[in-house]
Ligand binder design. Structure first.
Ligand SMILES: Cc1cc2nc3c(=O)[nH]c(=O)nc-3n(C[C@H](O)[C@H](O)[C@H](O)COP(=O)(O)O)c2cc1C
Length: 383
């Protein structure tokens, strides 16, 4: 059933430039974030996922498996308000070491018939020092009801004018600036909007990047410090050969897991024919591929590799399917844009209902049970 947001607000907002609406929304959430009382009230209404949804991943506690994907709050200005909306983790960024404006506007477009967005933002960022200052400001708020058990990830990128051969320096400097303030880091080599960035999937460059980050992280953690996890965000456009060589190189590196994946440059299968729009497609058209990738990667990768699924999640059923296929956590961006402010709270409520219907004490127990049933069904079908 479409809600008021879908019937009224989204169609109204769709008359305005998509990025302008985004900027206004983030400015409003940033304003809200300044008031601990307002965030606490909002959190009381929206951000109380059932305790059964809490999961332990990467040595951290997440109050829900659904997080907000990178790109929504690029500069970490609205962290408490986004927590108050019910997300179980927040990935801020992409952050570049030095401030940069990104590509010329307009650079974000809606494709409502596909429940998709196309963006060619090119990492507009206030830079790592400014984002670190914002995250530092939120540190005392992390124990508030809006952010408790909501791990923060920082998504790292490179500046447009940094040559590819020196990209590792940008990622290492972003890591250094943000190290004290994020719980884990996502290394973004997969945005289609920074020329050459996706070449970092190539084994030689990826190995160099992994080695540089491992060294910098060890220095940052110090002898007694906690080594914070590094994840790699992959492109959904890799060929099977590219994927195999990227995974082989990744397995030799310092990575705790993968974020799968970023936007796609493919346009096949879309209802909207806008070949003129530059950039990467997100939203509904990505879901089938995300699901296939997660299932395949879960089979291919050694146990213990963390998989965060992102691409085309619009409801609890999408989250459930991805978790069942082997994802450890799930993220959404475009689903949040199309479904509105109650998105995370709704998904959490529907997921909790599903866990309760299975009579399981927790989400993980429910997933184990559902996998066992699916496995038994498959056996019966074969025999
Ligand atoms: C407008 C927009 C900006 C984005 N910016 C970033 C970014 O800065 N860094 C990043 O890693 N991903 C970025 N993404 C990609 C999302 O994090 C996500 O991987 C992708 O949109 C697929 O998920 P979805 O279908 O739930 O939107 C962006 C996506 C959109 C729509």
């Amino acid at each position: 059933m479409p809600n008021i947001y879908q019937r009224l607000l989204f169609p109204l907002a769709a008359r305005l430039d998509a990025e302008r609406v985004h900027d206004l929304t983030v400015a409003f959430l940033a304003q809200l974030s300044r008031s601990p009382a307002a965030c606490a009230l909002l959190a009381r209404l929206l951000a109380r996922p059932a305790p059964s949804l809490a999961v332990e991943r990467l040595g951290l506690r997440f109050r829900s498996p659904l997080g907000l994907a990178a790109g929504f709050d690029k500069n970490a200005v609205a962290v408490p308000a986004l927590g108050a909306l019910g997300f179980g983790h927040l990935e801020v960024g992409t952050v570049t070491p030095r401030p940069q404006p990104g590509n010329p506007r307009p650079r974000v477009f809606r494709l409502p018939a596909d429940e998709a967005l196309v963006n060619a933002m090119g990492f507009p960022s206030r830079g790592a020092a400014a984002v670190a200052a914002n995250l530092r400001r939120w540190q005392p708020r992390r124990t508030g009801s809006e952010l408790v058990h909501v791990p923060l990830a920082a998504n790292l990128g490179k500046n447009k004018d940094t040559p590819l051969a020196r990209a590792w320096e940008d990622y290492a400097s972003g890591l250094a600036a943000l190290y004290p303030y994020a719980d884990y880091f996502v290394v973004n080599i997969s945005s289609p909007n920074t020329a050459g960035l996706r070449d970092l999937h190539a084994a030689a460059l990826l190995e160099e990047l992994g080695a540089a980050l491992a060294e910098r992280r060890a220095a940052l953690a110090g002898p007694a410090g906690r080594v914070k996890p590094l994840l790699l965000k992959l492109s959904p456009d890799l060929t099977p050969q590219q994927r195999a060589s990227t995974l082989a190189a990744a397995r030799e590196g310092p990575w705790a897991g993968l974020v799968v994946g970023n936007t796609t440059v493919r346009r096949a299968g879309l209802h909207t024919s806008r070949p003129d729009l530059p950039g990467g497609v997100s939203g509904r058209p990505l879901f089938a591929r995300t699901l296939t990738w997660i299932a395949e990667l879960r089979r291919e990768l050694p146990p213990g590799w963390m998989l965060i699924a992102v691409g085309g999640v619009f409801d609890a059923d999408g989250v459930w399917q991805l978790l069942l296929a082997g994802a450890d956590l799930v993220q959404a961006y475009t689903g949040f844009v199309y479904r509105g402010p109650l998105f995370a709270a709704r998904v959490n409520a529907d997921l909790a209902e599903r866990v309760a219907a299975l009579g399981a004490p927790s989400l993980d127990a429910a997933l184990r049970e559902a996998r066992a049933v699916a496995g038994a069904r498959a056996l019966v079908a074969v025999s």
